[in-house]
Design a protein around this ligand. Structure first.
Ligand code: SF4
Length: 488
């Protein structure tokens, strides 16, 4: 999971990129970068939070009315400084790129690029591989006759070669801003317009709202958009092409956990989806005859579901856990030790809301069980009579190969355990998972029939072509990456 932005504006866009990146900080805290373009690229990237990387001197240096930006969460690649995005190549023309996703045939493509095409890949980051495949494809054209179709043909060949998930924003010097989304649209990408001549692409609509862009629509799966720089003072022109059609399978986890509740993705309002997930989960709680005195959410993403769950059950809803907002999200912290330490610092119980009561805790997911164990323990120590944990998604069992940090199978608490054993391991009296059908119904109520979701981490059914060797390579790289992580 990463956050990306691409903006072409009337004047320098660095301030908008900086503000937009801050609004996407929840999508990655490992590194961040901004690249702008005049006749040359201006780049600043580094490790850590957006606010810590960019100083006034960098903002002053990042000139240009075209820019792209990125917040990174480590997937393939070890989270080193070299792996921070955006990346650029000088030939042909000068191309810069940032992406959100995970390339599943990264190792194979890197080998081809280095051994057959004599391109040097400097980092362990898959964005650099997509960039070089795109650059190679662009270089096959007579660039004296450059047109939007040149970009679309290059993207079509990227789609043929690059497997996995990728939402991409990029710049071609003196030509324009481009964006494309993989044929399954696994990662989100949306764009908006301000005035006559400014466009912005972002991972989430909340970033466009905050920057004052009117949302136009989501970039369609398999679509490429090119916003051409004007030759004289004419307004910019937007060109688009639906290059490859496949079944649309966006990551369902965006609505469960990742995205901001004030975002709308693929026409589904995130907050409303979470409210519906609570209603669906309540049916399961009733079916399992769970009795509780109070419903308490694990802040923040489970809060909307806890509100509706309490309402359906006719139970009081209370804030029983207080979150320190200045500690990073545990799920996206790269090392197990950082995650454990972070849970203790991040949450503190309100004992008066918990003592002597049967607590129905609501959380969005259980990955490794580390966080859940700490939280259940904390609630018990605050004097709870019973603790039941209701989870808004089904048991996570299969690795995500599309960019979420849970690639090694052994990390899942549910991979080889039944519900009662999971409850025992995390110290809860009972655990209730949302059934898969209810998850899909809850999230997808307003989506069209044609639109499905990626649910591979629950089902093991992946929307893209994958081979055993891809899993092995990804698992191997993930373990290596975890060993290489350098704290920001
Ligand atoms: S495997 Fe799970 S986390 Fe990964 S893209 Fe699919 S739904 Fe999202």
């Amino acid at each position: 999971m990463c956050g990306i932005l691409g903006i072409c504006g009337m004047t320098n866009v660095v301030n908008e990129l900086y503000t937009g990146l801050n609004s996407l900080q929840h999508r990655g805290q490992d590194s961040a970068g901004i690249l702008t373009c005049t006749q040359q690229f201006h780049l600043k990237k580094g490790q850590g939070l957006v606010q810590n990387i960019f100083k006034p001197k960098h903002i002053a240096r990042l000139a240009g009315s075209l820019g792209i930006a990125h917040v990174r969460y480590p997937t393939i690649g070890g989270g080193s400084a070299e792996d921070a995005q955006p990346f650029y190549v000088s030939s042909p023309l000068g191309i810069a790129m940032a992406h959100n996703g995970n390339v599943t045939n990264y190792i194979e493509l890197k080998k081809i690029l280095e051994e057959k095409n004599f391109r040097h890949i400097n980092s362990q980051c898959d964005a650099e591989v997509i960039l070089n495949v795109f650059a190679d494809e662009l270089a096959r054209h007579d660039l004296h006759k450059f047109s939007p179709d040149t970009v679309f043909t290059a993207v079509a060949n990227v789609f043929k070669k690059v497997q996995g998930s990728y939402s991409v924003v990029g710049i071609i010097v003196n030509k324009g801003l481009f964006a494309f989304r993989d044929p399954h649209g696994i990662k989100p990408l949306i764009f908006g317009k301000k005035g006559n001549d400014s466009y912005a692409f972002a991972s989430e609509s909340a970033a466009l709202d905050i920057l004052g862009y009117k949302v136009e629509r989501d970039v369609a799966p398999g679509e490429a958009i090119f916003i051409q720089e004007p030759v004289f003072k004419a307004p910019r022109k937007l060109f688009n092409k639906l290059i490859q059609k496949a079944s649309h399978t966006p990551c369902i986890f965006e609505w469960v956990y990742f995205a901001r509740p004030d975002s709308v993705m693929d026409s589904i309002n995130v907050y409303e989806a979470r409210l519906r997930l609570g209603e669906e989960l309540a049916k399961e709680v009733i079916k399992k005859n769970i009795k509780a005195d109070v419903v308490i959410p694990v802040p923040d993403s489970a809060r909307p579901a806890a509100i509706t769950l309490a309402s359906v059950l006719g139970l009081p809803y209370r804030e029983g856990l207080v979150k320190n907002r200045y500690i990073g999200r545990t799920f996206i912290m790269p090392l197990q030790e950082s995650r454990q330490a972070s849970v203790r610092q991040k949450l503190n119980p309100i004992k008066s809301e918990i003592k002597g009561k049967k607590i129905l805790l609501v959380d969005d997911s259980i990955v490794r069980g580390t966080t859940s164990r700490e939280i259940v323990n904390m609630v018990r120590n605050a004097g709870a009579k019973e603790v039941c944990l209701a989870v808004t998604c089904p048991p996570l069992k299969y690795p995500c190969v599309y960019g979420i940090d849970m690639q090694t199978k052994k990390e899942f608490i549910a991979s080889n355990k039944q519900e009662k054993d999971i409850a025992k391991e995390i110290g809860a009296d009972k655990i209730i998972y949302q059934p898969l059908d209810s998850l899909i119904k809850g999230v997808g109520k307003k989506t069209s029939d044609k639109s499905k979701f990626c649910t591979a981490c629950f089902t093991g059914i992946y929307p893209t072509k994958l081979f055993d060797k891809d899993f092995k390579e990804i698992e191997k790289d993930r373990i290596k990456a975890q060993c290489m992580v350098v704290s920001p």
